[in-house]
Design a binder for this molecule. Structure first.
Ligand SMILES: [Fe+2]
Length: 494
């Protein structure tokens, strides 16, 4: 039902117009002869179209126009006057008036002006609805393209603030162990009434058995600068497969109405998208965890076969991490680094024991077999999308900066930094480790060998960072942990 307001100090004109508009369906018509009363009504009620006289005693229709648009930005205002001037017509249109009718006018002209105005309003409102749909498509698209969970949840609350449009939106996720809801992200839209709102109060979940199981609504009202406002707070559960994963909190403020059923449907769609994302994130994490446990078991099996590399994998990871932090790598990259270190020699699973644990130097043929382990490792892990970022560690940790490494003989920065980095540390730890063919050495001798091969075997920039860490005692902090003193050198670990 749309609301039409007619304001004219001549009662009979108002009545004629009301009569003429009676054919309009789904409209409620309110007649006023007192412009002050009309203004009061407009300020306190929902209004779609205002038809007002321009001059009513000392009262100007332009004032009515301003009040209407201040309270209802998408309302249509049509002015009528018996004393037209170009100046007033321009002033009216400039202030956002939709049309200007000169009395006496034909009722048909009035009706067609009103029809055009309302159609214009519908198109504008549909555009707003379309914008909502575009926001929802953005959400669906981001989910389809596998956006990470946290940015995705932020997109959900960002869309909630834009589409509803919410005053405040937040997502809390439920901790399975403690059953507590923890805040993940929130966003607030600044408004003139913001002072009256406390996000912390909205985030405090109301008492009740239904919280987290069913949507809960709290309707509230407050006054600000002589105006009455309505605020709705909605706690919408994020449910997936019968389990509550979290809650979407939305607060909405409007002068005249609490949140509408249409807006609630949008909230339910956004909550369902968030729940889906949380659920698939959990499933993926579990899958990844169990996959990594299997891989870890395989890596342990390799270590167990290679009698001299016990603990090598863990030490290499802790040493590489020291340098990666100096490179400013973020948490995600450090996570891949850990997996890369665990898996870098996984290909050795395909190297026979007799070669892997041969006490003497390897023959040319045996060395060829041993040097296949990066490619073997790649083949084992190929086709697992979540492990794609760790493949550079596996394939290129035996490349050399001067191009004389294997398997591809890549040179300089053509070698992925993951491989160049692992090469320095893997070699350093191998020198320190007991080998079947040589005894270990102490750290200074190992460092001397690393320095000797700066720019030939190793990336000079990474050697410099390694040396910096060494001087800071960060290398010793890892290697001295449970290590025996060793002597003798093997520079090319395989
Ligand atoms: Fe290796």
């Amino acid at each position: 039902m749309r609301e039409i307001i007619i304001i004219d100090d001549e009662q009979y004109i108002g009545n004629i117009i009301r009569e003429a508009l009676s054919e309009f369906r789904d409209f409620r018509i309110h007649n006023f002869t007192d412009p002050a009363q009309a203004e009061d009504f407009i300020a306190k009620n929902g209004v779609d179209l205002v038809l007002t006289d321009l001059v009513m005693g000392n009262y100007s229709g332009v004032h009515i126009l301003e009040t209407t648009l201040a309270n209802h930005p998408d309302a249509i205002v049509i002015l009528m006057t018996g004393y037209p001037t170009v100046k007033t017509a321009i002033a009216v249109l400039k202030k956002g008036g939709y049309d200007y009718l000169i009395k006496p006018f034909k009722l048909e002209d009035l009706k067609s002006a009103i029809k055009r105005g309302l159609e214009h309003q519908s198109v504008r409102r549909e555009n707003v609805a379309l914008r909502s749909q575009i926001e929802l498509m953005k959400v669906a698209d981001a989910h389809g393209h596998g956006m990470k969970l946290h940015p995705f949840l932020k997109l959900i609350i960002d869309s909630t603030v834009k589409v509803i449009p919410a005053e405040f939106s937040a997502i809390l996720l439920r901790d399975r162990l403690t059953q507590k809801y923890n805040l993940q992200c929130s966003q607030m839209r600044e408004g003139e009434w913001s002072w009256s709102f406390s996000p912390n109060a909205a985030l405090k979940l109301p008492e009740g058995d239904k919280i987290g199981l069913e949507p809960t609504y709290i309707n509230d009202e407050f006054r600000f600068e002589e105006q009455q406002y309505k605020r709705s707070i909605i706690y919408y559960p994020l449910m997936s497969r019968g389990e509550t994963l979290g809650i979407l909190v939305v607060t909405y403020v409007d002068r005249f109405n609490h949140i509408s059923p249409g807006q609630l449907r949008l909230i339910s769609l956004l909550a369902a998208s968030a729940a889906n994302a949380v659920d698939s994130g959990r499933q993926e994490r579990n899958l990844r965890k169990s996959y990594l446990m299997t891989i870890r078991a395989l890596a342990n099996a390799v270590e167990a076969r290679d009698i001299c590399t016990a603990g090598h994998t863990d030490r290499v990871f802790r040493l590489v991490r020291v340098i990666a932090r100096k490179l400013g790598w973020d948490k995600e990259r450090l996570g891949y680094l850990k997996t890369g270190c665990i898996l870098h020699d996984i290909g050795k699973i395909g190297v026979p024991d007799a070669i892997l644990n041969k006490p003497g130097e390897l023959t040319a043929e045996e060395r060829k077999t041993m040097e296949k382990h990066p490619e073997l490792g790649m083949r084992i892990l190929a086709g697992i999308p979540s492990l794609e970022p760790v493949l550079p560690y596996i394939i290129s940790h035996h490349e050399r900066y001067d191009g004389k490494g294997y398997p591809y003989g890549l040179k300089g920065e053509d070698i992925p930094i993951e491989g160049r980095l692992l090469a320095v540390v893997d070699t350093f730890d191998a020198i320190l480790s007991n080998r079947p063919y040589r005894q270990g050495t102490d750290a200074e001798a190992a460092v001397a060998e690393i320095l000797k091969n700066r720019g030939t075997q190793f990336d000079p920039m990474l050697v410099d960072l390694f040396m910096e860490a060494y001087r800071e005692g960060k290398i010793a902090a890892v290697t001295s942990n449970g290590r025996e003193k060793r002597s003798a050198v093997s520079l090319n670990p395989v």
